[in-house]
Design a protein around this ligand. Structure first.
Ligand SMILES: [Fe+2]
Ligand SMILES: [Fe+2]
Length: 173
């Protein structure tokens, strides 16, 4: 199935896939958080969020400053026939844009399909000891909804769902 192929592309060449902070546990937590965002907000797209989660950190080479990892992930997205098969040309292009810009951008409120991807990643910052700050978020800014999402992402980081469950949720969404 294409999601499994996309995941295989992310894994191959990933130097940090076993890292708790930036490896697959984190990718799965971002996917779960993106799915929750898409359930709460119609402006988010579940498939785009999950594809972003799979790819966004797959070419990180350092746990610390690594400014090229977004553009590197975007190149994987643009080259991926599985991603286009899953989402179509246009949505695949949005995943590539979100990967490219996910680190250096303050937020993306004018393009919520991209902003939702950034938010899904940033809600999981508690895993590295950083409190998510609404100033850097795009979709979920309301105090109570924001706190709920922070708690959700903490749970997802502690016990990320299996890939098969995450991919099934996209298919049923
Ligand atoms: Fe990243
Ligand atoms: Fe990330």
């Amino acid at each position: 199935m294409s999601w499994e192929r996309l995941l295989a592309e992310a894994r191959s060449g990933s130097k940090l896939k076993a890292s708790p902070d930036h490896g697959e546990r984190h990718w799965r937590a971002v996917a779960a958080t993106g799915l929750e965002l898409a359930r709460r907000d119609d402006r988010a797209d579940a498939g785009i969020c999950v594809a972003f989660a799979v790819l966004h950190d797959c070419r990180r080479v350092s746990e610390y400053r690594d400014p090229q990892h977004g553009p590197s992930a975007a190149r994987v997205a643009r080259a991926s026939a599985s991603l286009r098969a899953l989402l179509g040309e246009e949505r695949a292009g949005i995943v590539a844009t979100a990967c490219n810009d996910h680190e250096g951008t303050i937020h993306c409120r004018e393009w919520p399909l991209v902003g939702a991807c950034f938010d899904a990643d940033r809600f999981t910052l508690g895993r590295v000891g950083i409190d998510p700050d609404p100033r850097y978020f795009s979709l979920i800014l309301d105090d109570s909804a924001f706190s709920e999402m922070v708690r959700f992402a903490e749970g997802a980081s502690d016990a990320p769902p299996k890939w098969a469950d995450l991919f099934a949720q996209v298919a049923s969404g």
